[in-house]
Design a protein around this ligand. Structure first.
Ligand code: NA7
Length: 490
């Protein structure tokens, strides 16, 4: 389930389609996302441009012809003037290397590669991880399984999702306000569509704060809880702690077993990717699952995983948690993970992996890299930390604009490449913006690359919000694509 409102988890540029395409609930689920994309492809006759079952293995820039030479599975080669990648921020699976992984006799599945007809019904199930995905899985399966053991490394501040069926009145309101909705998205921080708060926590009385937290808890959505309550939850330690305290009190009230509640309550700063519960088809929420006698929580900080054995998972206290199924909700080699697995060589044969080994994953404006001419990466490192479809649209508009300009003024073999200085300056801006945010203080997660051993721990996003990101790209374009080497032939 995407936790973005359905009406902003889609393309904004086809008004007729926005008005006629139906969606059932506030949040889109995976089959609906796929159906929507297939619909767009059909509607705009895009299938003829697509080649499936074709994996890009390598891409090499050659100076002689100033082209990219791309090798695909089946040893086919494609030559391209421009190479645009859309490899995804969160799709290279992270499967932790737990000792005994080959010995385990049960079924083992990562959430990002879920087998089509696999059922957990009546089974003894373990879930490792309680990020966005783990929370959704746990919320959904608790009532179907014999036992559910949740192996948790970091407890999370999760709020209800607020998902529900879309009423005819609500849909009519959306249809009347599409222009306003996308205007708000493009001028917001999160691009989530809801009204972001302009009020400081410090300007409210204790009673008002409680009422605002309660209202947003009931409306649901983690991003709304963080950015719709007060404008300084993500930046001011006192405001942040008040939000944490509110959620902790909720956990205490919901979870009846005090020992389970203790393990589930986070105490660190609320500055990871804000979560919301899954949407169990019976309306149950995440923390409620732990009132089921068959659902338990194991705190991996207290009792780390020792190994997998044939019959289950052994923790450091000697306990064997017997399992038929182990679900890895352990997330992704995020952001650059899909790039560093491929051989992408720019100027002088330098690979993107080597370039980023040195500097950390970076880019100019979240789309391009010095030394990699005519390569445009949608969702490159240091793109906007927002709802993604609108951010991708902004990037696509920018890339289309710069290619159009290069085609016009760049001669037969135009070369579009940012300067090293521009990338450095942009990276420094990203750091400066992130340092104002409490996210800078909570770096032990995928946003900073800390979820995978060996990854460089460094900032991977532009934290200035959608409006500032869009303005940055617009400003670059308005100044003749400042930061790129001159586009016209000398
Ligand atoms: P996340 O948010 O990266 O969550 C992964 C979870 O798995 C998280 O709770 C991790 O604990 C846990 N994890 C990862 N490796 C281990 C090991 N080795 N042992 C125990 N626990 C582990 O991935 P999601 O799929 O939930 O969501 C990713 C994004 O997709 C999400 O933010 C949305 O933007 C969409 P940790 O918290 O790191 O201690």
């Amino acid at each position: 389930m995407s936790d973005t409102e359905s009406y902003v988890y889609r393309y904004s540029w086809d008004k007729e389609d926005l008005l006629s395409y139906k969606f059932k609930e506030h949040y889109v689920k995976q089959p609906e996302v796929l159906a929507y994309l297939e619909h767009v492809v059909k509607r705009h006759d895009l299938r003829k441009h697509m080649r499936f079952n074709t994996e890009m293995r390598s891409a090499n820039w050659t100076e002689e012809d100033q082209q990219w030479h791309v090798t695909t599975s089946g040893d086919n080669t494609i030559t391209a003037k421009y190479l645009i990648t859309g490899l995804g921020l969160l799709s290279a699976k992270n499967l932790p290397d737990i000792p005994g992984i080959d010995v385990f006799k049960g079924d083992l599945h990562h959430t990002a590669a879920w087998p089509k007809d696999f059922s957990v019904k009546g089974k003894r199930v373990g879930v490792i991880g309680c990020g966005s995905t783990g929370v959704q899985v746990i919320t959904e399966i608790g009532r179907h399984v014999q036992t559910l053991t949740c192996f948790q490394r970091h407890p999370q501040y999760s709020v209800p999702s607020g998902d529900q069926k879309i009423t005819a009145e609500y849909r009519a309101w959306i249809d009347e306000h599409w222009d306003e909705i996308f205007h708000r998205v493009r001028h917001s921080i999160t691009a989530f569509g809801f009204k972001e708060s302009e009020t400081s926590f410090h300007d409210a009385t204790p009673e008002e704060r409680e009422a605002v937290f309660e209202e947003n808890w009931n409306l649901g959505n983690g991003f709304r809880f963080m950015f719709g309550t007060y404008n300084d939850i993500a930046t001011d330690p006192e405001a942040n702690e008040a939000a944490c305290e509110f959620i902790r009190r909720k956990i205490d009230r919901i979870v009846k077993d005090p020992e389970k509640a203790r393990k589930l309550k986070p105490h660190d700063v609320y500055a990871r990717r804000p979560l919301c519960d899954g949407n169990a088809s019976n309306g149950e929420k995440y923390f409620e699952q732990f009132n089921r006698p068959n659902v338990d929580i194991v705190d991996l900080k207290e009792t780390p995983i020792e190994r997998l054995e044939a019959g289950g998972l052994r923790t450091s206290d000697g306990a064997l948690h017997e399992l038929d199924v182990l679900i890895f909700a352990t997330g992704f080699d995020a952001v650059e993970g899909n790039y560093t697995r491929l051989l992408i060589h720019g100027r002088d044969g330098v690979s993107l992996k080597d370039a980023w080994d040195e500097s950390g994953p970076t880019s100019y404006l979240g789309v391009s890299m010095p030394g990699f001419p005519n390569l445009f990466m949608l969702n490159a490192p240091k793109g906007a930390f927002t709802n993604q479809p609108p951010a991708i649209e902004v990037q696509v508009e920018f890339v289309a604009g710069i290619i159009a300009k290069a085609e016009k003024v760049g001669g037969a073999s135009p070369v579009v490449e940012p300067t090293y200085e521009a990338e450095k300056e942009y990276s420094a801006l990203c750091e400066e913006l992130a340092k104002d945010s409490l996210f800078w203080k909570a770096q032990d997660n995928w946003i900073f690359g800390a979820n995978i051993i060996g990854k460089k721990r460094t900032l991977r996003f532009f934290f200035g919000g959608m409006q500032a990101y869009r303005e940055k790209l617009d400003e670059c374009a308005a100044n003749g694509y400042a930061g790129f080497k001159p586009l016209s032939k000398a």
